[in-house]
Design a binder for this molecule. Structure first.
Ligand code: PRP
Length: 177
């Protein structure tokens, strides 16, 4: 079967409404502002909208992580492919992620960034597939809890396709996850 996005799981309107709520919660929790750290590449779309939903001072930075065997085993191999441009010592840092699946990526990143002594370090994730968790991760802000289906759109890809879909859609026929 050829894979194709067949069903809207979260519509563009629902995404934007939820991001406004997340922005309001972050405004309340970070009155002095926050450094948003987005994980490449999928989180870029979420970062762009979330940053504009926050009214407090915001700075942004990017980090690249590649994982092998992620979502399959608890010992997924993870490495940094692009580091932050800025130091985070003493800063309030919020990691911005599009989806938490096994948790391998975020548990690795939290470990790496904690060693750099930020004032605080928390996570905002648009999507959370809690059923797939292998590594425990404390996600402070969750956009939507979703079932264990292969999703694309709004930054999420299949073989680098579909990131530009406005909705988050279920991809039927994708071989494995
Ligand atoms: C996806 C997603 C998360 C990670 C989540 O990234 O953006 O970073 O997988 O999976 P995990 O919880 O099982 O670690 P991916 O490696 O597909 O890269 P991309 O963002 O460039 O598409």
């Amino acid at each position: 079967m050829t894979e194709s996005p067949t069903r809207v799981l979260v519509s563009a309107g629902e995404i934007q409404a939820r991001i406004r709520e997340l922005g309001a919660a972050i405004d309340k929790d970070y009155p002095n502002g926050v450094l948003l750290v987005a994980i490449l590449k999928g989180a870029c779309f979420f970062l762009a909208d979330l940053a504009r939903a926050i009214t407090r001072p915001v700075r942004i930075d990017f980090i690249g992580i590649s994982s092998y065997g992620k979502s399959k085993t608890s010992s997924g191999e993870v490495k940094l492919t692009k580091d932050l441009d800025t130091t985070i010592d003493g800063l309030d840092v919020l990691i911005v992620e599009d989806i938490v699946d096994s948790g391998v990526t975020l548990s690795y990143l939290v470990h790496v960034l904690e060693q750099r002594r930020p004032r605080s370090l928390r996570i905002v994730a648009l999507l959370d597939k809690t059923d797939r968790r292998v590594c425990p991760v404390d996600v402070a802000y969750v956009g939507f809890h979703i079932p264990d289906e292969f999703v694309v759109g709004y930054g999420l890809d299949y073989a680098e396709q579909y990131r530009n879909l406005a909705d988050i859609c279920v991809l039927e026929g994708a071989p494995g996850q």
